[in-house]
Design a protein around this ligand. Structure first.
Ligand code: FE2
Length: 192
């Protein structure tokens, strides 16, 4: 069993009670993304091998688990719902285009991020380009979260029907194991 230090980084667990209000759940999850990104930035410049290894294990678990799940369910369920419900004047294609552009940038870099985190987790030295990959990845992820909070979620609150929200909530609970207790790990969204 790996012992955790009180100084190890923390990403608070998801509040699964919010799954019945799926847009609130996604918005709260964005705070967890921001914590992940701040920890990732610190790890990229940390030269303390043991501290870096503990942080890398936590960050890998979040990236390949809850983060991948969140992004996949938005792409597979929320964005198609918005495209179906919004009117031309809502500008949904322009909005989702901004978000999807930043996601594509982050996803391209995710192979380097996952490889670097695995190196750090095994107390090896990551590739020389790891720090610059992290900087670009973090920038793209932060912009994408900003667009979602400012544009996508308000549009979803305005246009999705109660039936849409119920379907979204049911799908999110099912991806997490039906009763919301598991099933998030190893989704395969990011480079592995
Ligand atoms: Fe999101």
């Amino acid at each position: 069993m790996v012992m955790r230090s009180p100084r190890d980084p923390v990403i608070e667990p998801a509040d699964l009670r919010l799954l019945s209000a799926p847009l609130d759940f996604l918005e709260v999850e964005h705070y967890r993304f921001r914590a992940f990104l701040a920890h990732l930035e610190r790890l990229a410049s940390d030269r303390r091998v043991a501290r870096r290894a503990a942080a890398a294990r936590l960050l890998l678990a979040f990236l390949l688990g809850d983060a991948a799940l969140h992004l996949a369910e938005e792409e597979e369920t929320l964005f198609p719902m918005l495209r179906a419900r919004c009117r031309t004047a809502d500008g949904v294609e322009r909005i989702l285009g901004l978000v999807e552009g930043e996601r594509a940038r982050a996803r391209d870099l995710s192979f380097a991020i996952v490889a670097g985190l695995r190196d750090c987790a095994s107390q090896a030295v990551p590739d020389a380009g790891f720090a610059s990959s992290v900087a670009t990845f973090v920038g793209a992820m932060r912009r994408h979260i900003d667009w979602e909070n400012a544009l996508v979620l308000p549009l979803a609150r305005k246009r999705l029907t109660p039936g849409d929200l119920a379907r979204l909530a049911a799908g999110m609970a099912e991806r997490r194991g039906g009763d919301g207790t598991g099933g998030a790990a190893g989704h395969g969204y990011f480079g592995e």
